[in-house]
Ligand binder design. Structure first.
Ligand code: NAD
Ligand code: ZN
Length: 263
């Protein structure tokens, strides 16, 4: 009998149209804490759904702003892990072999891009884009100049003032991420669905699958005929639905999965 990893590697070798769906676990081995990991200290007292909302930002803009600036700093100093670079190499391999690979991520970091992937669909926006909370116009902001250090623990004693919008009199800047209750960027979301409808293989890496509508994407691919493979060290609601569940981490398992293909 073939082991699951061998069957999955065979599917990888055969697939011409691939979608890779990723979540916070993808970046965990680049030292960016996942949302579950991040619920320490101050954030133990908040449900993520009550933190990552416009209401939460309006209720305490300094605190929420500082938390995002801190996450930007962590991402800035993070480097892509072996999982990111394997996905980038796989995409290039398919591009020169009459295939295609679409990366659609819930992550607001740029580690897929720095790991060599192109045209990444950012379903939940990007931490590197800022816009005004009131007039919505984009504005430049450099988190490195804000005085927050890229330390593993969020420092509750160093809280920033919100930054005024350069365009209007009343607004402050907010991060360009999708908060709970907000629409996903429609072009990224519809491109992901389009890719899933063409896919012969869908690989889901490092997401708890608890946040809709992103959590509904894997099954859209599977129902359209794709093989569905999940990679996560912890069992999720998707693990039983997936055709193969690989119980491992992104940086450990992605290179193994692509070993033969990219050899
Ligand atoms: P998550 O933290 O809910 O889940 C991370 C998953 O990754 C877990 O299932 C975990 O087992 C897995 N994992 C951990 N280490 C891994 C590794 N090394 N390799 C592979 N998998 C690993 O993250 P999510 O599913 O991406 O969350 C979805 C969305 O929730 C986020 O995109 C975000 O928009 C939203 N959210 C935001 C906030 C916030 O901004 N404050 C808080 C919570 C959730
Ligand atoms: Zn403004």
């Amino acid at each position: 009998m073939m082991a699951d990893i061998e069957i999955a590697a065979k599917w990888v070798a055969e697939a011409r149209s691939v979608v890779v769906l990723t979540g916070a676990g993808m970046s965990a081995e680049s030292s960016v804490p996942t949302f579950r990991d991040a619920q320490t200290g101050l954030w133990e007292r908040f449900e993520p759904e009550h933190l990552a909302t416009e209401d939460a930002f309006r209720a305490d803009p300094s605190l929420v702003w500082t938390w995002y600036v801190w996450r930007s700093m962590l991402i800035d100093t993070a480097i892509p892990n072996a999982g990111h670079t394997a996905i980038g190499a796989w995409q290039k391999h398919l591009a020169v072999n009459n295939g295609s690979l679409t990366v659609a991520t819930q992550n607001v970091d740029d580690l897929h891009e720095r790991g060599g992937a192109d045209d990444v669909l950012h379903l939940h926006g990007s931490l590197h884009n800022y816009r005004c909370l009131e007039c919505s116009r984009p504005a430049a902001f450099d988190p490195r100049a804000a005085g927050i250090r890229a330390e593993r623990e969020f420092d509750e004693d160093n809280i920033l003032e919100p930054v005024a919008c350069p365009h209007c009199a009343t607004g402050i800047l907010r991060p360009g991420v999708v908060w709970f209750g907000e629409m996903l960027p429609q072009d990224a979301f519809s491109s992901a669905i389009h890719a899933l409808q063409q896919a012969d293989l869908v690989l889901v890496v490092g997401t708890s699958g608890l946040v809709q509508p992103a959590a509904s994407l894997p099954v859209i691919g599977q129902e359209a005929g794709a093989k569905l493979v999940e990679m996560n060290p912890v069992h999720t609601d998707l693990s039983n639905t997936a055709d193969i569940y690989l119980k491992s981490t992104a940086a450990a398992m992605m290179p193994q999965l692509l070993d033969e293909l990219l050899a």
